[in-house]
Design a protein. Structure first.
Lengths: 188, 545
């Protein structure tokens, strides 16, 4: 009889403890994106060199879309890696697109100059593109396959090796089940 | 007449239409606010988009307004944000799907709680009744059924819901009723006729129960007969009650301990937010930095003591922070700087390493580590790597310029230069060095910091900026001292130590060649520039910064 009571008590308490443990051990700030394996919203952005680029025009290419800001420390940490990765894939059917958000025109340009960024970059002036991609912590990177579907998302600084491997996967249309995480900073 | 009619028609139209036109359209701002109130701000997280002052919330409000103008319904707009951020973005979770659990579960738990409470109350009251009911005594009634009904027997366990147990309980109730009837009759509350009628009624009910009991299969009956024999506690009311009491006490103690543990856990895990990027949960469960008042106060106190150069006090304060959070990167970094000041390069390096284990890109720790490698360990390649990393992390500004300056001063090669801890006499062939004596102006003698390091700096006379050509560091110098600068002191390997050179010296309080602080003493060779090969290039330290 006492065993039965013990089991019943444990059955009541265990879920409560499990719920508490779940609540206290997760990062309350982290927002899991519902966008993985979903079509990427198209947008048009004016690049710093004055040209315009639309995501829809990039169909048929694997796209690496990176949201950044010049005031964001993890963005600075990944800048060299991104440029290095771009240098390796620029002649393939792959494209990098940087979108600066919550940043001034001048500061963004200085950032690009400082890190010798050569891939296309533009500024999301209204913040609409950032919201379309559910951005909340920067840098945030999205990998889009040639059919325009998001295959992977990485919140925080990303290394060149991961960019290249995930881009290869995107080119093949392989979507990841989970998003990646690195050092990130909240948007403002 | 027709004109009058037209006029009246016009007046009527104006009267009835005017208010329609003048009625304010549903206010766009109000509707925007209404929707924004239901959306969670992705920056503040505990505030709605309507209440948050963040830039992101402003942009989200603009999107809501724009979509309202485009004719979208409230639901469509909310759905748009849910499609981007998930249901997390709704301050009120949906009442459908998995989220419905959030709404239903509290009520389910409440109902279960009420049912459980009622069940316990009923059980306790039943037990109590059983314990106070007088036990059956032998009766003078003749019928076999009456005898059988009055026989004492063990009641089944209250949780046993089998039909046998129910019948046994019913038999117990019949027995009680018969006892009560007997008592009432004997105390004169009942007439003989009533007593006989009621007795007959109860006994016939009992007879039915006994018949039903007899009709049950034999095997379970045997089991139930064995059970009381095995478990003696129900037969012994005193020990049974004692057992119950212990159960209640242990249950109470358990609940109290559970409450205490929960209370401690909650107070340790929840803290006020320290800023937009801070989380309200943390500390011992998530291992995030302590933001509780005591540790924060100790950190502030340590920093103040450090800036006043009260190092023992600073060490105590940082130790306090580290006892609350053994991996606090800032406290470790400060400890590193204190150790650096005290000349413990290895200890300082270890402290900076500890800080970097927790936060690999912590600028302060990177700066400290770079400085130790550069100045103490003479590991120029290592120092360069650290400062280059730091340079990437620090946004443009004064701090960044400082990092760039140090980086420019670090010799390009990784090889450690020869020891400069003592004032070495001129060892290189004459004609390739500059030598002389350095003395202190008597007026500044009491201004000498015993921990200060002396830097002898050689700059090409033609250069207007940039790094020096050669530098020599002498720790804890004693004056007057003789010095010699030669090819081995040049900063960029391969640069020839030739030509006309300006010689300056600095007695640096913090031993950092890149910073000129108050209290540093300086001087220069009065006949600057000097040709390499010159002797007696004597310098008097005569200026206080």
């Amino acid at each position: 009889m006492s065993w039965r009571r013990l089991i019943i008590t444990l059955l009541i308490i265990a879920p409560i403890l499990a719920l508490l443990a779940f609540g206290f051990t997760r990062d309350a700030k982290y927002i899991t994106s519902p966008l993985l394996a979903k079509p990427a919203t198209s947008f048009t952005v004016t690049l710093y060199d004055g040209k315009k680029i639309a995501l829809a025009d990039l169909r048929g290419k694997a796209v690496f879309l990176n949201f950044w800001a010049s005031w964001c420390t993890p963005c600075r940490a990944e800048a060299h890696d991104l440029e290095a990765a771009w240098q390796k894939v620029k002649d393939k059917d792959m494209i990098f697109l940087g979108v600066a958000l919550q940043d001034s025109d001048q500061a963004s340009k200085e950032f690009l100059k400082e890190f010798n960024v050569t891939y296309p970059n533009g500024r999301d002036e209204s913040g609409k593109i950032a919201v379309d991609y559910g951005t909340w912590g920067i840098p945030e990177s999205f990998f889009i396959d040639p059919q325009g579907r998001i295959t992977y998302k990485h919140v925080g600084a990303i290394r060149a090796a991961l960019v290249l491997s995930k881009l290869e996967e995107a080119a093949k249309g392989i979507a990841s089940a989970q998003e990646g995480r690195g050092d990130y900073q909240g948007v403002r | 007449m027709a004109a009058l009619k037209l006029f009246l028609l016009y007046v009527l139209l104006v009267l009835f239409h005017a208010p329609l036109h003048a009625a304010p359209a549903p206010d766009l701002e109000d509707r925007t606010r209404e929707i924004a109130t239901e959306l969670r701000c992705v920056v503040c997280q505990n505030l709605s988009v309507a209440d948050s002052p963040s830039e992101m919330a402003q942009q989200m409000r603009a999107i809501v307004r724009e979509q309202l103008q485009a004719g979208k319904t409230d639901e469509q707009i909310k759905e748009f944000f849910v499609s981007k951020y998930g249901e997390w973005v709704l301050l009120k979770p949906k009442t459908t799907g998995f989220s419905a659990l959030l709404w239903i579960l509290p009520y389910v738990v409440l109902v279960i709680g009420v049912i459980t409470a009622l069940w316990f109350v009923r059980r306790w009251s039943t037990n109590k009744r059983q314990s106070v009911t007088p036990r059956a005594e032998s009766s003078d009634l003749a019928p076999a059924q009456g005898e059988l009904l009055r026989q004492d027997f063990a009641l089944p366990d209250i949780e046993d819901t089998s039909s046998r147990a129910q019948l046994l309980r019913e038999r117990g109730r019949v027995k009680d009723e018969l006892n009560e009837l007997e008592f009432d009759f004997q105390s004169g509350k009942l007439s003989e006729t009533d007593y006989a009628a009621l007795k007959h009624e109860i006994e016939s009910k009992g007879g039915t129960v006994l018949r039903q009991l007899n009709s049950l299969p034999a095997e379970p009956a045997r089991k139930s007969q064995h059970k009381p024999a095995k478990d003696k506690s129900p037969k012994d009311p005193v020990s049974h009650n004692r057992f119950k009491r212990w159960q209640l006490i242990s249950g109470g103690v358990f609940l109290m301990l559970f409450g205490l543990a929960l209370g401690v856990m909650l107070t340790q895990s929840i803290r006020p937010r320290q800023g937009a990027n801070d989380s309200m949960t943390g500390d011992f469960m998530t291992g995030t930095t302590p933001a509780n008042g005591e540790a924060a106060a100790a950190l502030a106190e340590g920093k103040q003591a450090f800036s006043r150069q009260e190092f023992p006090k600073a060490i105590e304060a940082f130790k306090k922070v580290l006892s609350a959070d053994p991996n606090h990167p800032e406290a470790h970094s400060y400890m590193g700087f204190v150790l650096m000041q005290a000349g413990h390069g290895d200890g300082a390096l270890m402290a900076f390493e500890k800080a970097l284990t927790r936060a690999p890109n912590f600028p302060m720790a990177l700066w400290g580590k770079g400085m130790v490698l550069y100045q103490d360990k003479k590991d120029f390649a290592g120092a360069r790597e650290i400062f280059e990393r730091l340079l990437n992390l620090v946004p443009p500004g004064e701090e960044r310029n400082e990092v760039a300056k140090v980086l420019a001063e670090i010799p390009a090669t990784g090889g450690a230069p020869k020891s400069t801890s003592t004032a070495a006499p001129a060892a290189t062939p004459s004609g390739q060095n500059i030598s002389g004596t350095i003395t202190i102006d008597p007026k500044l003698k009491d201004k000498i910091d015993p921990q200060a390091a002396l830097f002898i700096i050689a700059r090409p006379a033609a250069a207007t900026g940039g790094p020096p050509l050669a530098v020599k560091k002498i720790d804890k110098p004693t004056f007057p001292l003789t010095y010699s600068l030669s090819q081995e002191n040049v900063m960029m390997q391969g640069t020839p130590f030739t030509g006309k050179i300006n010689i300056t010296v600095r007695l640096d309080k913090d031993g950092n060649p890149t910073t000129r602080g108050a209290g540093d003493l300086t001087g220069e060779y009065k006949k600057n520039p000097v040709e390499v090969g010159a002797k007696n290039a004597d310098v008097i330290v005569d200026q206080l910064l």
